[in-house]
Design a protein around this ligand. Structure first.
Ligand SMILES: Nc1ncnc2c1ncn2[C@@H]1O[C@H](COP(=O)(O)OP(=O)(O)O)[C@@H](O)[C@H]1O
Ligand SMILES: [Mg+2]
Length: 790
């Protein structure tokens, strides 16, 4: 059977299944297409065990992957790893290593025979849903798939160390975000140690929060060893109005330190510290910028460990999200199956706050959450009120149904008629869902399409190992190791001559020579300053034709001798406003080379600096010809490609929306004329693109803007029957629809061929500054503290 899914793929709609007729008990021809952009308002899937939630989540993830949307997939049961079981050839031999031998035994056949049966079931199942091995190949091509196993070496290992690292500036600079991050990290650490401590009153919680807060504000990362040390010797001496010893005596702090120490020393804990850092950007995209479906398998962990990991991951996701520019398109997904216990209505486990934050804020960043659970009362309704899409599946009991409807009335903000809802919910079968989407006019019942992945069920650890071992060799280079020590003040460049004696005051110099003091960050017993040259410079890169106008500003610190070699200067993260006019008290000073005491020398050094900058500073930029986009200075090729992916999708979405707007009046008119005919029957035949763009005509925004012609949609049954008297020739109508479809097809075909920024050849521009665009804003003698800590 022909694969008729390619039209959807071009248009950014997810093919989730087909409309389902509950009366006839069969799927209809009309595909159920879901606009990917609607996911930015998140989705919740509800249904009893076996209702098909996991299958639906997999189908949705497959669609996302085809659209190159990466995802973090939190998998508490182990069956989402089935996403790695995709076999484009659908051969029995592909299935054989993965079939469940017990299932084969139950079926009374050999595993080989069973594999052949399964392969056949999948081939048929897919064909029935208009899919083929070709689409599976497309799926595998579009994204990378990997299983990570925190705390275990079965899958790809992942290290939680980086969660203790200082958050990015986007988080630190936002008081609320920093407080939340501190609180989540502390709560999850304490939960892992089984220490009950209230965030407001518990002294363990308060002490740890103070330690993290102080370290992170100063841009310092911690590790467990560092934390243990700081618990014993905190960098603070007061908590509120109390002195530390009164608040939390050293002897008792020692016990807390020991608890962390035992954790650190426990066998198995090492696995938490190995592997790629828990870094959302590196989970979501490969080193070349290809999107990844990162499955975080946590089924092997204890409840405490799961909570610990999930909370840390969600916090990292918030930090990642905040570091991205806003978008209106879907950029990435966070999916979580069996979310029971992570966002409960009353209790406050560490995961709850980050989940609520994400539900509230992620939309602006194009990050969609998809949560699945057996019962919506498991979920806090403050969070649910932000959810725009509901997939409601079969429920076990009347009581569950009642509670779901109560919850929906509160959360989904009405729009659903309770009686109708109740009637529908009672009749749903497995894999059949009622879709309520706030962006659509009416709810629709559909059957989930066949999954491309082989739904084998939960994977065992050895199976995960087998699946991921081949990936381990080519595991991406880990991000630079997290520095667990205090960020030192910029190291003093090696003095040209070994310092002889130290002076107790800065030298007295002619007034034309300015001298400044670099800030002392870590306060050793006594500060020793060494002399150096500090320069604040700006280099402009201007290339009008390419629209580049970039000013690079940097500060340099060069070792000072009788000669100065600017090419060995270090860049330092200090502005000229950071320099002090006075040294710290009690400091001593290294030797000053004679040349530095002569004002003339500085003119020469300035000239040399200008020359060096002119000769050596280059600004390398990448350009995407297809999107006519330039990388930002300092943006890596990988990051640029990731951004291009977002841009391409945003552009595509805008084009599709324009196409919809343009044709909506006409479609509305035709639909109006369908009158007594159900729209579904006329639209279904040979009108794939029309269907993909307009679905069942439920799209709210499009049609409300289509003006008066759209009136027909709101008609009551009575009105429809009235008009139906003037029955029109169905054939004529269908002909018109087919024509319109053909027209749309041409327009869709002329939409730019799907761009693939992960493989597109990029131009590389190496820009040079013009001589006059090199500017030395400040050149001064600078005294830099010699770092006395080892
Ligand atoms: N989309 C699908 N395609 C093929 N089989 C499916 C699909 N969805 C569910 N199934 C079958 O139904 C079984 C139960 O569905 P599942 O999604 O695991 O239910 P739930 O997660 O709600 O407990 C699966 O093991 C699988 O055999
Ligand atoms: Mg499930």
């Amino acid at each position: 059977m022909a694969d008729d899914t390619s039209a959807y793929e071009k248009l950014g709609v997810f093919y989730l299944g087909r409309a389902y007729d509950l009366d006839k008990g069969e799927a209809q021809a009309e595909p159920l297409l879901y606009d990917s952009r609607d996911l930015v308002t998140h989705a919740v899937m509800v249904g009893m065990t076996g209702s098909g939630k996991t299958g639906l989540m997999l189908a949705l993830l497959e669609e996302a992957a085809i659209d190159k949307i990466p995802a973090l997939v939190i998998d508490p049961k182990g069956d989402l790893g089935n996403l790695l079981l995709t076999f484009p050839d659908l051969k029995p031999a592909d299935f054989a290593p993965w079939v469940d031998p017990d299932a084969a035994a139950r079926a009374g056949v050999t595993p080989e025979e069973f594999a052949a049966q399964q392969a056949e079931t999948w081939r048929k199942g897919l064909a029935q849903w208009g899919q083929s091995g070709e689409r599976i190949a497309r799926l595998r091509e579009a994204a990378d798939f990997a299983i990570y196993t925190p705390g275990s070496e079965a899958g790809l290992p992942i290290s939680i160390l980086s969660s203790l690292a200082a958050p990015p500036p986007e988080v630190v600079d936002d008081g609320d975000l920093l407080r939340d991050r501190v609180q989540t990290v502390v709560s999850s650490l304490l939960a892992l140690l089984e220490i009950e401590s209230d965030p407001m009153r518990g002294r363990e919680h308060i002490l740890l929060s103070n330690i993290f807060d102080q370290a992170w504000r100063a841009g310092r990362s911690l590790d467990l060893a560092g934390l243990i040390q700081q618990i014993q010797k905190p960098p603070i001496d007061r908590i509120g109005v109390l002195d530390l010893e009164t608040f939390y005596p050293a002897k008792e702090r020692f016990e807390l330190a020991m608890a962390f120490n035992s954790l650190l020393g426990s066998p198995g804990f090492g696995a938490w510290m190995q592997g790629e850092p828990l870094d959302v950007d590196h989970l979501l995209y490969t080193p070349t910028g290809k999107p990844r479906i990162a499955i975080l398998s946590i089924s092997h962990l204890s409840d405490r460990e799961r909570m610990f990991f999930v909370s840390l991951l969600l916090e990292q996701a918030i930090g990642w999200m905040r570091s991205r520019p806003g978008t209106t398109s879907l950029r990435a997904l966070i999916c979580m199956d069996e979310v029971f216990g992570y966002m409960p209505p009353v209790a406050n486990p560490p995961s709850k706050r980050p989940l609520l934050t994400l539900l509230k804020q992620a939309r602006a960043f194009g990050l969609g959450l998809v949560l699945a659970t057996q019962n919506p009362v498991d979920l806090d309704y403050k969070g649910l009120s932000n959810v725009g899409t509901w997939f409601l599946g079969r429920l076990q009991t009347e009581r569950d149904k009642e509670r779901l409807m109560d919850g929906l009335e509160g959360a989904a903000g009405g729009g659903l008629d309770r009686a109708t809802l109740e009637r529908i919910l009672s009749r749903l079968g497995n894999r059949i869902f009622l879709l309520h989407n706030v962006h659509e006019d009416a709810p629709v019942v559909f059957q989930c399409r066949w999954a491309m992945s082989y739904l084998r069920g939960p994977l065992t650890r050895p199976e995960i190992k087998r699946l991921t071992d081949p990936l381990k060799g080519k595991a991406p280079a880990p991000a630079p190791p997290v520095q667990a020590t205090a960020a030192p003040a910029p190291a003093t460049p090696a003095p040209a001559a070994p310092s002889k004696g130290l002076a107790s005051a800065a030298p007295v110099l002619p007034p034309e020579i300015s001298q400044r003091f670099l800030p002392v960050r870590s306060r050793p017993e006594a500060t020793v300053y060494e002399s150096a040259l500090f320069a604040a410079v700006a280099v402009h890169f201007i290339e009008e034709k390419k629209g580049v106008d970039h000013a690079e500003e940097l500060s340099l610190l060069a070792p000072l001798g009788d000669e100065v070699d600017w090419s060995s200067a270090e860049t330092v993260d200090l502005g000229k406003e950071d320099l002090e006019e006075e040294p710290v008290e009690g400091a001593s000073f290294g030797e000053l080379p004679d040349a530095a005491a002569r004002a003339r020398s500085y003119d020469g050094w300035r000239k040399q600096l200008e020359d060096t900058l002119f000769r050596t500073r280059r600004c390398e930029l990448f350009r995407s010809p297809s999107l006519d986009a330039l990388s930002q200075p300092g943006e890596s090729e990988r990051d640029f490609r990731i951004r291009l992916g977002d841009l391409a999708r945003q552009k595509r979405d805008a084009q599709v929306e324009a196409l919809r707007k343009k044709h909506a009046p006409k479609v509305a008119q035709l639909q109006d004329r369908a009158r007594g005919q159900t729209w579904n029957t006329v639209i279904s035949t040979g009108t794939a693109v029309l269907g993909a763009l307009f679905g069942g005509g439920r799209r709210r925004s499009t049609f409300s803007q289509a003006g008066t012609a759209a009136r027909g949609f709101g008609r009551t049954l009575q009105e429809r029957q009235d008009v139906a008297r003037a029955e029109e020739n169905l054939d004529a109508l269908q002909k018109q629809l087919t024509e319109l479809n053909a027209e749309l097809e041409t327009e869709v075909a002329s939409l730019e061929a799907r761009l693939d920024p992960t493989t597109e050849e990029l131009e590389v521009l190496g820009l040079k500054p013009r001589r006059k665009d090199v500017e030395v804003r400040l050149l001064t003698l600078a005294w830099a503290p010699r770092d006395l800590t080892p």
